[in-house]
Write a protein of this length. Sequence first.
Lengths: 112, 111
Amino acid sequence: SQTIHQWPATLVQPVGSPLSLECTVEGTSNPNLYWYRQAAGRGLQLLFYSVGIGQISSEVPQNLSASRPQDRQFILSSKKLLLSDSGFYLCACSWGEGTEAFFGQGTRLTVV
Amino acid sequence: SQELEQSPQSLIVQEGKNLTINCTSSKTLYGLYWYKQKYGEGLIFLMMLQKGGEEKSHEKITAKLDEKKQQSSLHITASQPSHAGIYLCGADVGSNYQLIWGAGTKLIIKP
């Protein structure tokens, strides 16, 4: 079975502070990995996706960055958080095209 | 307007009643995914539809993909409190590795 771990579950950070959210995947190797942000009433916004180690595609220009240092590890980072970075962030994984994605439990980030 | 329109935005249903949620795309759907989310939690995969006319069921939840492959419906029969949550549809419209998403339907079940 496939399992995806995301942490922390909640985070309160001051404006200007750095951010690091981590996501790890158990199970089959070489997953596609995704970071989404969910806004109320607006569905999921794809932020980054990765099809392999060191390969990151960014969908939305922003204050965030992503890295994939290992096959099953995906990290979402920021050097300086903005108030507008507040939201619910979800990590997801899938294997191949046309297959369902599995989601982490999400991180609720509040920037104060 | 969004590429993937989901309706209704919210729904309050008496326990035991049936309900339907719709997901309509402006593009051809190569795959349509239904997920359920409890507030503040991750998404739980429900069903995936890929062929026009396809219909899948899981317990009391049935999802269909219409023949023209641009709309899907999720139908819940005899709703229960455990069905409450946010239902999201995601669609593969041919962009590699990317899905587009509906805005979600918040379902409340009244006892």
